[in-house]
Design a protein around this ligand. Structure first.
Ligand SMILES: Nc1nc2c(c(=O)[nH]1)N[C@@H](CN(C=O)c1ccc(C(=O)N[C@@H](CCC(=O)O)C(=O)O)cc1)CN2
Ligand code: MG
Length: 303
């Protein structure tokens, strides 16, 4: 990517995501012109969680801006698991939909894993189906989860070749921790996966040349957990009370105490304005990848 990815030490998600989305839009234009193919992304929202509403709207806007077909399906918060699975099966069979996802979290009566398991792995825009997770772990072509992909793109732009570097990932979720560890392994990093039960988390974190925080705990990673010069990738999106903004107001913070860590890190992603923006850009890229694979169309090597 030719655009400068950072403003000093701050790795700017806006700049990197904008460049990636432009690249996706250019590829979509080529697919339309040369193959008559318009990739389509569908998003299913169950219920009306306010944050999810925003994310789903942003995904729809980004899809249209990239020149792709956007489909949005809304089910009530009272929908049964069978109703959600019926929608998944409908989308699996819809030829205009090359990729789709169900926005998480889903209401309690629905099993997130049952939903993931029902998605056609070829249309699994989130890359969360066990077949894609297994293919990624086996070093085979896979649909790759968007947030982890975004993390690694940012780390590479900040740090260049990551080969041989020690990456410490805090968090072991299927959505972020495990896949980001696999992607860093693919970059020839030495990877440690740490989590809430790990002994001496600060000591483990201090070993990291690349520190990825994906725990969902506001400001958990302190400045003295960061090795001087390390690349810090903050995946946390935590809404905390912000009385300074007025009663009942909130603000967004990451899993990393930014003001402390920025003094020590070589490069760091902010929240907001960091990894979150890459999630949507990488989802756009995944939709194009899925459409091309389903139609036997080769993508440029650098896509
Ligand atoms: N099916 C999925 N559900 C969820 C995913 C996912 O990848 N697939 N990830 C998150 C939510 N998410 C996308 O779905 C998402 C989160 C945050 C952002 C983002 O742009 N964040 C901005 C700040 C936005 C704000 O002000 O709230 C930032 O970090 O700058 C995009 C997408 C859980 N669910
Ligand atoms: Mg965890």
């Amino acid at each position: 990517m030719s655009t400068s990815p950072s403003n000093g030490k701050i790795i700017d998600g806006k700049i990197i995501a904008t460049a990636l989305k432009a690249r996706v839009a250019a590829e979509v234009a080529r697919l339309k012109a040369e193959h008559g193919l318009t990739p389509g992304l569908a998003v299913v929202l169950v219920g009306n969680d306010p944050a999810s509403e925003v994310y789903v709207r942003n995904k729809g806007i980004a899809t249209v801006e990239a020149g792709m077909n956007s489909f949005e399906y809304r089910l009530p918060g009272t929908a049964s698991q069978d109703e959600v699975l019926a929608k998944v099966r409908e989308l699996n069979a819809d030829p205009a939909v090359h990729g789709f996802l169900v926005q998480f979290p889903v209401p309690d009566q629905i099993s997130q894993q049952a939903v993931i398991d029902a998605i056609d792995p070829n249309k699994d825009a989130d890359g969360l189906h066990p077949l894609n997770a297994g293919r990624l772990a086996s070093g085979l072509p896979a649909m790759v989860p968007a947030t982890p992909e975004g993390c690694v793109i940012m780390a590479k732009l900040a740090g260049g070749d990551l080969s041989g570097k020690h990456a410490v990932v805090i968090g072991r979720s299927n959505l972020v921790g495990k896949p980001v560890a696999q992607l860093l392994l693919k970059e020839n990093c030495t990877v440690t996966i740490a989590h809430s039960r790990s002994h001496d988390l600060p000591g483990l974190a201090r070993q990291a040349d690349i520190l990825v925080a994906a725990v969902g705990r506001p400001n958990m990673v302190r400045g003295d957990w960061v090795k001087p010069g390390a690349i810090v990738i903050d995946v946390g999106i935590n809404r905390v009370p912000a009385p300074e903004k007025g009663e009942g107001k909130t603000r967004l913070v990451g899993d990393v105490a930014f003001d402390e860590a920025v003094k020590v890190a070589g490069a760091i992603t902010p929240v907001p304005g960091g990894v979150g923006l890459m999630t949507v850009a990488c989802l756009m890229r995944n939709t194009v990848i899925a459409a091309c694979r389903q139609n036997g169309i080769a993508l440029p090597k650098d896509f």
